[in-house]
Design a protein around this ligand. Structure first.
Ligand code: DHB
Ligand code: FE
Length: 300
């Protein structure tokens, strides 16, 4: 049986991809940010997922503003890095898992979540920057990501966007789907985007450290209550692009405790400002059976 062993949460920012691609990660501006992911890269190597179910948002790269699905699942064999206006990032093609993705689509749609099926999907910084942060740059000699990836795109670009509550429920349906797949697979679910940031208008540049850290606390300890928060609260407190955080609730909803299992173990927590215009937040939560004291980044 496939199982979800862990969830990862991380912000994305295109400039992080540029810093990696241009070898700038040791510069004064970037060094503290990338240090926060050193533990994570080691952890990922140890935890060896077969598949990452990667919840992200497309930024009008694969989907034009003419057609915007609320939830879209990538069913293809592979997904190319998108050209976001400066050529595609020099990162590997993302290899999918069509069998598991199709099974999840079948199960989740029968569970009353109407997904869009994406048979071709170029993936933008929303997906490739989290992969780069967690995996580092794959060596030229073995230029591939270390695991398969199922892209799952959520509309947080044009209103109306899905509620946090809906996202949290969807995560629970995804967990049921993964656990009914009849192959022994180590699956992680990643929720990406956020934290506080606003890219346009009078409040451009907004960052809210206190709110972000409270969001991290609540995501760990009381995700169900957090999922009730309304859009207006996200936008007021975390800026217009802070709404990307609803995607973290999909990953959190897929964790064991939400279905009556044990509480997740906090493996790593990191927060840093600034990265371009964005506050960067990052968590790793493991389901209890997977957790060992030796691979934790900080004392429990
Ligand atoms: C930035 C952040 C984003 O989430 C994004 O999609 C584009 C740019 C930024 O901080 O520059
Ligand atoms: Fe974004």
């Amino acid at each position: 049986m496939a199982r979800i062993t862990a969830s990862v949460y991380t912000s994305h920012v295109p400039a992080i991809g540029v810093a990696i691609d241009q070898g700038l990660t040791q510069q004064d501006y970037w060094k503290p940010l990338f240090q926060g992911y050193e533990f994570s890269k080691q952890w990922l190597k140890q935890s060896k997922p077969d598949v990452v179910f990667l919840v992200y948002n497309d930024h009008a790269s694969a989907f034009s503003l003419e057609l915007i699905p609320t939830f879209a699942i990538g069913l293809a064999d592979q997904f190319e890095p998108a050209d976001e206006g400066y050529g595609a990032r020099p990162v590997p093609t993302v290899i999918g898992h069509p069998e598991l993705a199709t099974h999840i689509a079948q199960s989740v749609i029968q569970d009353d979540f109407d997904l869009t099926l994406a048979n071709k999907l170029d993936v933008d910084h929303g997906l490739t920057v989290p992969l780069s942060l967690m995996c580092g740059q794959p060596p030229a000699t073995d230029f591939q990501w270390p695991c398969k990836v199922i892209p799952f795109a959520v509309n947080v670009v044009q209103y109306p966007v899905p509620s946090g509550r809906r996202c949290f429920q969807l995560g629970q349906a995804i967990r049921r789907a993964v656990e009914s797949f009849d192959e022994d697979l180590n699956v992680q679910i990643w929720g990406t985007g956020g934290m506080s940031h606003q890219l346009q208008g009078a409040r451009a540049g907004l960052i809210n450290r206190a709110w972000d850290n409270k969001f991290l606390d609540r995501l760990i300890a009381e995700p169900e209550a957090l999922s009730q928060m309304s859009h207006i609260d996200y936008v007021r407190e975390a800026g217009s692009e802070g709404i990307e955080l609803v995607m973290w609730l999909i990953a959190r909803g897929a964790m064991a405790d939400v279905a009556g299992g044990g509480a997740p173990v906090l493996k790593h927590r990191f927060y840093h400002v600034p990265a371009s215009n964005t506050a960067v937040g990052h968590l790793i939560l493991e389901n209890p059976a997977e957790a060992t004291a030796s691979n934790r980044s900080e004392p429990a």
